[in-house]
Write a protein that binds this ligand. Structure first.
Ligand code: SF4
Length: 269
């Protein structure tokens, strides 16, 4: 049995397997935050006892197989169209909890129209945007969220914002609308602790609370949006630890974490 599988089995034996996590090994690259977010979502659905009434809408991107790992009902949306599919499900079955995990290429590029309009209508659904500043699944092309100067396969000399525009800030854009109830950004990667060589997991703990807030807002009838600043060490062509450092030193400054909208005051609870 491979070492990583052994490690997972030992972990599950100690902490207990989450009912909402399947036993399938994920296809995510080692060090990628997609796997972490999957666990945080599953853990929250179990805590709130929502698994039997939840529908996951799969987007197109690295999270396209999320239904293989999260044990809820699921529907596959066309590229970028997850918010429209979510709205349709929720309007027909308002008793269900509906959520999607989208990448920045899916949500902020091809699907921006669906995202903005679902938010503007205040559809009571939950969207998790995994922003790693790049197209992960297709090989590391520049995305609308790529920071100025970042090297990608389609910006080999670094992103030139005088030609391609500034990085698109989805959280600030959605928070400028009246209808959304909860807009929140977190930085999920391990955070380097200065001059120690150690890393803090406080981003995961904060993200767990934010994921729960997002589902609670949907249960209260509001649109909730969580932008999860993440890494893609494979396409950034960095080691796992270098990518964590880059996420905090560059991405977190381009996309500052914080509460952008909280109509129901869930952050204060
Ligand atoms: S390609 Fe990037 S975003 Fe996709 S699973 Fe691998 S590290 Fe994660």
């Amino acid at each position: 049995m491979p070492r990583l599988v052994n490690a997972r089995v030992e972990y599950e034996v100690k902490l207990g397997r989450l009912p909402t996590l399947t036993e399938k090994e994920t296809h995510y690259c080692p060090g990628c935050e997609h796997g972490t977010l999957t666990r945080l979502i599953a853990s929250t659905l179990d805590k709130l006892n929502l698994r039997e009434k939840t529908v996951l809408v799969d987007s197109v991107g690295c999270s396209v197989f999320a239904h293989d790992y999260i044990n809820t009902d699921a529907v596959q949306a066309p590229h970028g169209r997850a918010p429209a599919v979510m709205a349709g499900i929720k309007r027909v079955r308002p008793d269900l909890v509906v959520f999607a995990v989208q990448g920045d290429g899916d949500a902020v590029s091809i699907g921006l129209l669906e995202l903005v309009n679902a938010a503007n209508r205040g559809e009571p659904v939950t969207i998790f945007l995994v922003n790693n500043a790049i197209y992960g699944m297709t090989g590391g092309q520049m995305a609308p969220t790529t920071p100025a100067g970042m090297v990608t396969t389609t910006s080999p000399y670094g992103r030139d914002v005088s030609y391609t525009g500034q990085p698109l800030d989805a959280s600030r854009l959605l928070a400028s609308l009246d209808a959304p109830s909860y807009v929140r950004r977190v930085v999920l990667p391990l955070e380097p602790i200065r001059d120690t060589g150690l890393y803090s997991a406080r981003g995961s703990l904060e993200c767990l609370k934010v994921v729960e807030n997002a589902f609670r807002v949907q249960l209260m009838g509001g649109f909730s949006f969580v932008e999860v600043v993440s890494t893609c060490n494979i396409n950034w062509k960095m080691s796992v630890l270098e990518s964590k450092k880059y996420a905090w030193e560059v991405l977190a400054k381009t996309f500052p974490p914080g509460v952008y909208k909280d109509k129901f005051g869930v952050e204060k609870v």
